[in-house]
Design a binder for this molecule. Structure first.
Ligand code: BG6
Length: 508
């Protein structure tokens, strides 16, 4: 595999959780697979004053806990740790950036990283517009002597206006080609497989439209509550935290037209077209299309589960949603009239993300027990996590007298592929950025289009507190009224950890 050019990765917010849990362990995984360039270094930046040795010791612990791979031996591992450096400074203080530039220049000479720098913003979002301006003033955005890339973590904006402003602020000092907006869902192997499933199989693509698809359902459920992230989550809620980015992205990949090429712009052009075709939900119709909920205290198998309002950092009268279910349409030729349903929540019975394509049923039902509408529809389940794989449900004759029909499963599990290493999302995305490939990063226009769609919903919730926040006991599948969102006699699929084990009681 091609190796990236020599470079220095500069992480703002290096004393935070993301660096410890995701970034350094992922770069370490690239190292153990020999995917890093020969001349490479990481400079961690933060306010906390610690030495290189302290930083290395802490990151070493993060590697032990979160990396997927292991070094060959101690010397191999130490070689990686020795390319980590730390520099303490105040990111809010413009005058301190001269010192940062000197530090970067020194390291660049010592490590021979050829003036190629990637800046990773893993700081609180309030710093996203500021840091790029200050590094640009030091000339660290200038690509004449080497590449300069900027990775921006989510959340990218708080609503349409702030996302638009952030795009403007970043684009003042970096070109769009230099900006890498992360949505870690695109880094997931199974999310990328969506494109392969659709566009490399002659059996699916002809059916992939309004003539053969009845509706599309996307679920992203989490078993855990907000835990220690209450402070952040209070100002966010599930719509901003999961729907605006990850779930609309999944819907776009399901709905997009085939790209002309597998290239950053061809794929991102198709994604943005879907987002721009989302039928707007007017503020006064929000209740009809969107449902919000919040988990309440409960007792499951003798274990007491906290209410959201009891979590640390959460207002005891909070109306922040921890669950969202919504229905929407994509107004284009392919999808006219096909409802898309998406749902996400915290403190649900299990952790699962999957997409279910419900095909139209046969036009005439000739078998005696073929009465059940769910049974009449073939379903293709694309499982993103866990038990990653594909499941096709179809009807088979029950052996014996008569023509009794039964649903059967045809399933493929990634785990059946022996010796196949599934890289983590951050590992894949970091490598892509190092290689200068932005295909799996979000483009500015797509982020804005997604915000444009969700902003009227946020406005309605803010302006009209009479819109209900439904309580649901922690550990259940959200408010029971969410089934009513789905038209006709259907309900959501209630999946289990195991891809094929639907409709059963979920193990908690
Ligand atoms: C993050 C959200 O973007 O995605 C979290 O901020 C959420 O609240 C997480 O838990 C889910 O990611 P994954 O990869 O575990 O599905």
């Amino acid at each position: 595999m091609k190796k990236p050019n020599n470079h220095l990765l500069v992480i703002f917010g290096a004393s935070g959780d993301l660096t410890y849990r995701k970034l350094i362990p992922s770069v370490f995984d690239l190292y153990t697979q020999n995917l890093l360039p020969d001349h490479f270094g990481i400079l961690g930046l933060g306010r906390t004053k610690i030495s290189d040795a302290d930083f290395r010791a802490k990151m070493s612990e993060g590697i032990d806990r979160f990396a997927s791979t292991k070094a060959k031996d101690k010397a191999h591992r130490d070689k990686f740790l020795n390319c980590l450096y730390y520099y303490a400074f105040n990111t809010k203080e413009e005058s301190e950036y001269k010192g940062l530039k000197d530090k970067i220049t020194d390291l660049n000479s010592a490590l021979k990283t050829e003036n190629n720098y990637t800046f990773y913003l893993a700081t609180p979002p309030s710093m996203y517009p500021i840091i790029p301006q200050y590094i640009a003033k030091q000339g660290l955005n200038d690509e004449r002597d080497g590449f300069k890339r900027l990775i921006v973590e989510k959340p990218f904006g708080y609503d349409l206006e702030s996302a638009h402003q952030l795009n403007k602020d970043l684009q003042k000092v970096f070109n769009e080609e230099q900006i890498y907006r992360i949505d870690h869902y695109l880094g997931k192997e199974t999310v990328q497989n969506l494109l392969v499933t659709r566009f490399s199989n002659g059996i699916f693509e002809p059916l992939w439209n309004r003539n053969y698809i009845h509706h599309v359902e996307i679920t992203s459920a989490e078993e855990i509550g907000v835990g220690s992230r209450g402070g952040y989550y209070e100002g966010s809620g599930a719509l901003r935290d999961m729907v605006q980015n990850h779930l609309l992205l999944l819907a776009s990949l399901v709905a997009m037209e085939p790209p002309t090429l597998i290239s950053a712009d061809s794929i991102r052009d198709e994604i943005v077209k879907v987002l721009q075709s989302l039928r707007p939900i007017p503020e006064d119709k929000v209740e009809e299309f969107v449902l919000r909920g919040q988990y309440t205290a409960s007792e499951i198998k003798g274990k007491t589960m906290k209410a959201y309002r009891e979590e640390e950092g959460v207002n005891p009268k909070s109306r922040t949603e921890t669950f969202v279910a919504m229905k929407f349409f994509i107004d284009n030729w392919r999808w006219a009239g096909v409802p898309f349903y998406i749902r996400t929540g915290k403190s649900l019975p299990t952790r699962v993300t999957e997409i279910v394509i419900h095909f139209q049923s046969t036009p005439h039902h000739i078998f005696s027990d073929d009465k059940n509408i769910m049974r009449q529809q073939n379903q293709l389940v694309i499982r993103i996590q866990p038990d990653e794989g594909l499941l096709l449900k179809f009807g088979m004759k029950v052996p014996g007298a008569g023509f009794n029909v039964q649903d059967v499963n045809m399933d493929f599990h990634y785990s059946d592929l022996n010796d196949t290493y599934l890289p983590s999302a951050y590992e894949r995305l970091l490598l892509d950025c190092m290689l200068g490939d932005a295909t799996l990063y979000s483009r500015g226009d797509a982020v804005e289009a997604a915000w444009k769609f969700v902003t009227p919903i946020l406005n309605a919730w803010k302006k009209r507190p009479c819109i209900k926040v439904h309580g649901y006991p922690a550990g259940t599948w959200g408010p029971d009224v969410s089934d009513q969102l789905i038209e006709g006699a259907q309900t959501w699929r209630y999946p289990c950890k195991n891809l094929t084990g639907d409709g059963e009681y979920c193990e908690l």
